[in-house]
Design a protein around this ligand. Structure first.
Ligand SMILES: *Cc1c(COP(=O)(O)O)cnc(C)c1O
Length: 457
């Protein structure tokens, strides 16, 4: 069919292994350091927070890691997700480019995040853990983990960034429907949360603060582990089912991308769509590939941050990782793409950026919403505000093709739908959305407080 729109795979084509990019990196990752001693940490340091299977995945140099049958059985509820050719968008833009998007909004939680939530809940249950504590920004990760915990009979406690808790009450209802307990962060449920509230009772919260609260919760109870929805190597690993499926689906369309685009908060859906294609490039078996991570102008960790050792949270309780960061004390403006409001970027994505393998862009939120509306009117799906960043750059690339006459193949990840984000669309359509560009002074201030370890010192 030459006007085919959906490229579908049978359940038998759900990947059997996750792709680990670590052995294929041009240079290995820098070690993770202990927050107290500044020395490289070992598996025992992480054991209070994570099950051993996850800790091993974090440092694994195996290229392929088998997906347990129980995890694949749950993936069947929404995987393989469809790949679409955006023919109506191509026509609306009058571009010679071919635009494809992988639809991770098809999961029950509405985003890519259950791909790792299910794996993490599985390994924790296998290790005898009864309860998971986590943070959530926009509510996407909290809902994904609530869903996964319900499948595996685990309790789930979610610290939800206060501005999202207020902006997105139905995300909270969704988590509660799946059985989770949700509090607005900063909360009174942790010592750190109480400290933040004492200093600033109106704190809008941030992912960094919520992470500190969840880590404190998990570290203080033996029946509880911590679970993170992005940034760490094992999370990016679990998301590689996206790109593996997309590659097979593009082959059905007789296509291979020239440009791969993903929005990037902590970097996990970007890694999910991009890493299996980057593998071809790193192995030299495929042509040059342009891979673009898209972050918000209000929180530009790749394009405006520094590549340095920093804490993953605000309190400084997590290990130190080498990453692109705006400083762990940086609290981004309350933009609607809550899932992109994180001060750092995954070490794997940061390393690929520092090594010149990938590019990054940082558009303004009103331009992203304009792109999202163009997309929704052409393709139907209303994208999550986070996803609109990838769409903005996909449209920019397609328009560049119209101007240059090049028929490039563009692939982007539709990381989630925006059906719970109608307040954001309401604000945009009513002209109430503000743009926040790069807040130079706030970032400079936050960067003065990087921990004095390694090359930072
Ligand atoms: C959480 C989220 C993101 C950002 O997280 P990454 O780890 O960078 O992928 C992007 N899109 C959606 C829909 C999300 O829920």
């Amino acid at each position: 069919m030459d006007d085919q729109v959906k490229y579908l795979l049978p359940e038998s084509e759900i990947p059997e292994a996750w792709y680990n990019i670590q052995p294929d990196l041009p240079r290995p990752l820098d070690p993770v350091l202990h927050p107290g001693t500044g020395q490289p940490i070992g598996p025992a340091d992480l054991a209070p927070l994570f099950p051993m299977a996850i800790i091993q995945q974090e440092v694994s140099q195996e290229r392929w890691i088998a997906i347990p049958d129980e995890v694949r059985a749950i993936y069947r509820l929404w995987r393989p997700t469809p790949l679409f050719r955006a023919r109506r968008l191509e026509r609306a833009l009058n571009t010679p480019a071919r635009i494809f998007y992988k639809c991770e909004g098809a999961s029950p939680a509405g985003s890519h995040k259950p791909n790792t939530a299910v794996a993490q809940a599985y390994y924790n249950r296998e290790a005898g853990i009864r309860r998971l504590a986590t943070e959530t920004g926009a509510g996407q990760w909290g809902s994904a983990l609530a869903l996964a915990c319900t499948f595996f009979g685990l309790e789930c406690k979610v610290y939800m960034v206060k501005v999202s808790y207020q902006q997105k009450p139905y995300r909270r209802s969704l988590m509660e429907t799946w059985g989770a307990t949700v509090v607005a962060s900063p909360s009174g449920d942790s010592a750190f949360g109480r400290r933040v509230l004492a200093a600033d009772p109106d704190s809008p919260g941030s992912l960094g603060i919520a992470i500190s609260e969840a880590v404190e919760d998990a570290a203080g109870r033996t029946d509880t582990n911590y679970s993170l929805g992005s940034v760490l190597n094992h999370v990016l690993l679990h998301q590689t089912v996206i790109g593996q499926e997309a590659k097979k689906q593009l082959a059905l369309a007789d296509a291979y991308p020239d440009v791969v685009i993903g929005c990037a908060g902590g970097g996990s859906n970007f890694a999910g769509i991009a890493f299996h294609f980057l593998a071809d490039q790193l192995a030299g078996t495929q042509k040059e590939l342009q891979v673009i991570a898209v972050e918000p102008a209000a929180c530009p960790s790749l394009t405006k941050g520094v590549y340095a050792y920093d804490f993953g949270d605000t309190a400084g309780m997590t290990p130190l990782v080498k990453m692109h960061t705006l400083g762990h004390g940086f609290i981004p403006a309350g933009i609607h793409a809550g899932g992109l409001r994180y001060h750092g970027m995954a070490p794997l994505v940061s390393a690929l950026y520092a090594q010149g393998v990938i590019e990054a862009r940082a558009p303004l939120q009103t331009d992203c919403f304009a792109a999202a509306v163009t997309f929704a009117r052409a393709e139907g799906v209303v994208p999550a505000p986070e996803t609109s960043h990838a769409i903005k750059v996909a449209i920019d690339e397609a328009i560049a093709c119209r101007e240059s006459g090049q028929g490039k193949t563009i692939l982007f990840n539709l990381s989630g739908h925006g059906n719970f984000d109608m307040q954001a669309y309401d604000d945009y359509l009513a002209g109430r959305l503000q743009d926040y560009a790069y807040p130079v002074e706030k970032v400079e201030e936050a960067l003065r407080h990087l921990p004095p370890v390694g090359a930072n010192a």
